[in-house]
Design a protein around this ligand. Structure first.
Ligand code: ADP
Ligand code: GN1
Ligand code: MG
Length: 371
């Protein structure tokens, strides 16, 4: 215990942990919360300092998670298990921030890069299944944790404001990236307009479906639990599909500097679509299916402009490891959008084929890699 940071040890001591704390170390690759792994003499836990700039209403955030995880547990699903604080609450507040603890979900892996198509197909099925579960959940109980989260036109206005302000004088060095987002402005309203005019159904969605927000079993590589439940809110199924493709159907990491390594893989797109649509065949509408390829582009455009806006504003939102980190991330997103644009016809054909086929079994497919 002597090697454990005193402030962290003090936080940990406020939760009902089994065993004596042996170590508390930084963990995972999330961009928003600060995550630690606690090892005690008995078991392991995840400790998180929640990002109260991003989620100012901690009480409502934790209430959402409490409600959703209780619901999922009752449905027999493996999910986050909130460890109570000494006063029986779901989190604590002190001068260092707002903190929560989850049971560590053992014997799992979260990937930053898809290892093979079959894992990605399974992730698609798990997020599709998660969507089905949320459809049974009474959404009126939920608080909206971040307003306008996937409102792309709204994100574009924020982006334009960051360019205009150019707080650090960085805009001149990323003119071509800024121009790229300006040139795509006509695409941004498509999903939001659909939600507004009713041509797309409003559902309850996860909204942050990147691959490292799902834990796969370390032995079978099958999906075990969908995690990072902070952004569960009303939304479009297209947000969940598109964001998974943005992150997972790339041949390289989100922050790969060498753009020659960054490619959009139509085979990974196919694998994910098979898994996701395979679960949602009963509820997906024709219009949603038609927009699946566009949703991938939309979420990649949106995330890229968020990275660039954060770069221009001084890296206050996403965690960064070096000064150009957000710009590097933005560039991978642009490369992916360009390749998605060039792949529109095959993507449409894949969706048509997936919609026309019956439920798919993972066993029918090989372990084909990317591309
Ligand atoms: P962020 O909001 O910053 O992305 P996450 O809640 O996604 O934070 O956690 C960051 C990472 O920590 C996840 O990608 C995952 O690898 C790991 N993680 C989070 N919760 C658990 C858990 N209960 N069990 C095991 N690993 C976890
Ligand atoms: C953030 O929290 P994390 O790292 O799983 C972000 C997502 C972005 C993603 C980009 C609450 O996800 O919206 O798509 O980074 N989450 C929030 O990697 O803003
Ligand atoms: Mg996360």
């Amino acid at each position: 215990m002597s090697s454990v940071d005193t402030a962290l040890a003090l936080v940990a001591s406020r939760f009902r942990l089994e065993g004596e704390v042996q170590s508390i170390t930084p963990y995972g690759d999330g961009h928003i919360n600060v995550t630690y792994l606690i090892s005690t003499t008995k078991r392991r836990y995840i400790l998180q300092r929640m990002n109260t700039d991003v989620f100012p209403d901690t009480k409502s955030l934790m209430r959402n998670i409490e409600l959703v995880t209780a619901f999922l547990k009752a449905r027999g699903k493996e999910t986050l298990d909130i460890i109570r604080s000494d006063d029986g609450g779901t989190y604590i507040d002190n001068e260092t921030g707002a903190w929560r603890v989850y049971a560590f979900i053992e014997h799992t892996i979260s990937y930053n890069l898809v290892p093979n198509a079959s894992v990605f197909r399974d992730a698609g099925a798990a997020f599709g299944d998660f969507q089905n579960e949320l459809a049974l959940f009474d959404a009126s109980q939920l608080t909206e944790t971040i307003a306008h989260f996937h409102d792309t036109p709204h994100r574009f206005l924020d982006f334009k404001a960051a360019v205009e302000k150019d707080e650090l004088g960085r805009a001149a060095s990323c003119r071509s990236e800024i121009d790229f987002y300006d040139a795509h402005a006509d695409v941004y309203p498509v999903i939001m307009d659909g939600l507004k005019d009713g041509s797309l159904p409003l559902r309850v969605t996860h909204n942050d479906t990147k691959l490292n927000n799902i834990l796969m079993d370390a032995t079978t590589h099958k999906a075990r639990a969908v995690i990072d439940l902070d952004t569960i809110m009303p939304g479009s199924m297209l947000f969940d599909f598109g964001d998974s493709i943005r992150f997972g159907a790339s041949t390289a990491l989100e922050d790969e500097r060498d753009l020659d390594k960054v490619h959009f893989s139509t085979e990974l797109f196919r694998a994910y679509a098979e898994g996701f649509v395979g679960q949602l065949r009963q509820s997906i509408t024709e219009r949603e299916a038609q927009l699946l390829p566009l949703s991938a582009r939309m979420m990649t455009l949106e995330c890229g402009m968020r990275f660039l806006a954060d770069y221009l504003s001084g890296d206050t939102y996403f965690a960064t490891d070096y000064p150009e980190h957000n710009l590097v991330r933005c560039r991978t997103q642009i490369k992916l959008v360009q390749e998605m644009e060039a792949s529109e016809a095959p993507m449409n054909a894949i969706v048509e084929a997936v919609m026309a086929s019956g439920p798919t079994s993972t066993a029918e497919h090989g372990e084909g890699g990317a591309r």
